[in-house]
Design a protein around this ligand. Structure first.
Ligand code: SF4
Ligand code: SF4
Length: 239
């Protein structure tokens, strides 16, 4: 049975994908953007682990998890950054530059595509990007991505938030992932956990009024989306 939080996450992905522009250059086999520079929450990690278990690919996945390169880790979550901004603190967005390819790539295609996290779903360029050619992303798309990431973080408040590989490693010692005990060194979950922070509740959206107007229809569609007969907004508010 799929846990409620993962069902809510799938509902958010479904509404985002209906809303997102299809006018992008991204296509299968184009993967310069697939680096180890991806941030996720625990519920996104749970969905990836579930997908890998259901596909019977745990052994192969364990090998990929160990290909984690040195990369910067976030000190602050998206909602943590928003809270600091609302409190008038002088904070700069962090950057997590890493050009190491994502270990889930195979022949320039994503091996966990159906369960890929939101950061991967929302990164879409209107021109083919690559070395020396940065992605071109519409402002409304960036605003929507930030707002949806804030909702996803709210869904997972109190749980892990960090680099995708760190979060996936940290989740390896959950009972449902016990197969990894035989496949990975004993300390990897602790090493993953040492690098991550905790998701925070939504303090308000990090958007200007005009940006909010453009993103409002998407947020409404997400909040009205029903999971097991309940609106996502009510689930997020514990009603
Ligand atoms: S963001 Fe750039 S590299 Fe990534 S799939 Fe789209 S066009 Fe290709
Ligand atoms: S998880 Fe998939 S889509 Fe995301 S960076 Fe890795 S290979 Fe690319």
């Amino acid at each position: 049975m799929i846990p409620m939080k993962e069902k809510v996450l799938l509902g958010i992905y479904e509404e985002y994908e209906k809303w997102a522009t299809k006018d992008v250059a991204c296509k299968k086999g184009c993967a310069t953007c697939c680096t180890q520079n991806v941030l996720i929450t625990a519920v996104e990690g749970d969905l990836i682990h579930r997908f890998v278990r259901e596909q019977g690919k745990t052994k192969r996945f364990a090998g990929r998890l160990q290909k984690k390169a040195a990369t910067k880790r976030p000190k602050m979550t998206t909602n943590g950054f928003a809270t600091s901004c609302f409190e008038g603190e002088d904070v700069e967005p962090e950057s997590y530059g890493s050009s190491e390819p994502c270990p889930f790539l195979e022949d320039d295609c994503c091996t966990i595509y159906e369960s890929r996290p939101f950061s991967c779903r929302c990164f879409a360029s209107t021109r083919t990007c690559g070395p020396g050619v940065p992605a071109e992303i519409a402002e409304s798309h960036l605003s929507a991505s930030t707002a949806v990431m804030q909702v996803i973080e709210h869904l997972g408040q109190g749980e892990y938030f960090g680099n995708m590989l760190d979060v996936l490693l940290a989740l390896c010692d959950l009972p449902e992932n016990r197969e990894y005990v035989k496949l990975l060194p004993a300390s990897v979950s602790d090493q993953g956990r040492a690098q991550i922070v905790k998701s925070l509740p939504l303090p308000g959206f990090l958007l200007l009024e005009e940006e909010m107007e453009k993103v409002e229809p998407l947020l409404q569609a997400i909040f009205e989306h029903k999971v097991d007969g309940k609106r996502i907004e009510d689930i997020l508010n514990n009603k």
